[in-house]
Design a protein around this ligand. Structure first.
Ligand SMILES: [Zn+2]
Length: 465
């Protein structure tokens, strides 16, 4: 067996790993690089290997840094099947169409400027048509079912508890009288997340490829703090008839927040106030959550069997049209508006900010990581004046940060995952983390398992097993 790492090696995006099992070439994930524009474009246009040489793909989950370069396979002549769980197939189809749409819009905008400067136009790395082409290769299956990828290679998908449909991919390569097994963790979730089951105990394997996003960090347990803050915020909104705006990613984070608020209301911990989910992508993603009860944990499944719809609630409203989104501006509080994008860089949330930021009774609640130079970051840093659509705007609304919404395992969760494997894997590759996180987690593994051969692969490196 030979392994090559074409992305998410000493970095977090562009997850792409090639497994050469004898003459069979399997690709694990085909993610998009995100980061500096020029560099990412180059890495997304050229995958690092010939798509025609790949026999089959196994996709761990729908997040774009794991699935976003799949259309480049179809463009490059790939003819095989892309295996994943059914929920991942449905979610990935939506996310790829959205990714193509964003690229088309971005290029249109950039080209308008480039033309003015007399420069050459850019084109999207793939179109909505290209995205549709690769979807035809999708084969969605169930958890724990064996899939034959080639006469000598089988795969199985184990629940990773990270987002709906997410899985760790287990491969077995049989040779004469021998077999080698490999487990690719994908992204691992955490215990007790709403809707999802906890990550499934990993099956034993000879070779492990494990993520390390939080390889050197521990999440705080802030459940109680978060509940107290939610109570205070709702009371404040009721008292002042004001709005609470929550910028959030449409997939996963939005559904997570809905379920947490529902739980608080059900337990009588907060009074119900109208909640508006204002993001077309969130609406589509929520539909996928509704369609896949096979991915629910016990509690959620019980709600599903008694009510049919896990999101059903009289105070929850999905806003689909732009007209209805605009009507929210005129609405008087109290209410909660959950809208994308999570870092306030685009989408409907920016319009809501424009309309509510100058009123000191309103509250902006930030729940996710806010990257440098984004509007979300400026809000976290409590700037008095922030640029909205390029116009300096006075911030009077209160900004609150709520932590603890990460869908990623922390260092202890990752370590527990490896401990649960008996016998322990002989060889481990640590991927999908900033270099510092991956190296630190590799060190932790070496200390606990001295017999284990642990490596942090370099980008574009190949390793013989
Ligand atoms: Zn992910």
């Amino acid at each position: 067996m030979k392994l090559s790492f074409y992305g998410a090696a000493r970095s977090v995006t562009g997850s792409r790993h090639i497994v050469d099992a004898g003459k069979t070439r399997i690709l694990l994930d085909c993610g998009m690089f995100q980061g500096r524009r020029d560099q990412s474009r180059e890495r997304n246009q050229h995958l690092g290997f010939d798509p025609k040489s790949v026999e089959a793909v196994c996709l761990s989950h729908a997040h774009i840094d794991h699935s976003g370069a799949l259309p480049m396979l179809a463009k490059g002549g790939f003819r095989g099947a892309v295996h994943m769980t059914k929920a991942t197939a449905d979610l990935t189809e939506i996310l790829l169409a959205d990714s193509a749409r964003i690229q088309e819009n971005d290029c249109r905008y950039v080209n308008k400027l480039e033309r003015r400067r007399g420069r050459q136009c850019v084109s999207p790395i793939y179109s909505r048509d290209d995205a549709q082409k690769i979807v035809k290769h999708f084969r969605g299956g169930g958890y724990e079912q064996s899939v034959s990828l080639a006469p000598n290679v089988t795969a199985r998908f184990h629940d990773a508890g990270h987002i709906i449909g997410s899985s760790a991919v287990w491969l077995r390569h049989r040779t004469r009288g021998n077999s080698t097994t490999l487990l690719f963790s994908g992204d691992l979730g955490r215990a007790n997340m709403p809707i999802l089951r906890d990550p499934h105990a990993p099956p034993p394997c000879d070779v492990l490829i494990i993520e390390s996003t939080y390889g050197d960090r521990l999440h705080d347990d802030v459940e109680n703090q978060r509940k107290e803050m939610a109570k205070k915020l709702v009371q404040h909104a009721i008292q002042h008839k004001s709005k609470i705006l929550v910028p959030a990613f449409s997939v996963g984070r939005t559904q997570d927040i809905i379920m947490r608020i529902k739980e608080l209301v059900k337990n009588g911990e907060v009074d119900p106030i109208p909640i508006f989910i204002d993001s077309p992508l969130a609406l589509k993603a929520t539909k996928v959550f509704r369609q896949h009860p096979e991915c629910y944990d016990e509690d959620t499944y019980r709600t599903f069997t008694s009510k049919g719809d896990i999101f059903a609630s009289k105070y929850l409203n999905f806003v689909s049209t732009t007209k209805d989104s605009k009507l929210l501006n005129q609405r008087k509080g109290p209410c909660v508006i959950i809208s994308a994008s999570g870092m306030c860089e685009g989408g409907r949330v920016v319009h809501h900010l424009k309309h509510m930021i100058e009123d000191e009774a309103n509250v902006i609640v930030l729940v996710g990581f806010q990257a440098e130079h984004t509007l979300g970051r400026k809000l976290v840093e409590e700037w008095d004046t922030v640029p909205i659509f390029g116009v300096p705007t006075k911030r009077r609304a209160q900004v609150v940060r709520l932590n603890g919404f990460s869908a990623h395992a922390d260092r202890n969760d990752l370590l527990a995952y490896v401990r649960a494997m008996t016998p322990h894997p002989k060889k481990v590759f640590v991927v999908h983390g900033e270099e510092r996180q991956s190296l630190a987690f590799a060190m932790t593994l070496r200390e606990e398992f001295p017999a284990m051969d642990v490596e942090v692969p370099k980008p574009d490196s190949t390793h013989e097993i």
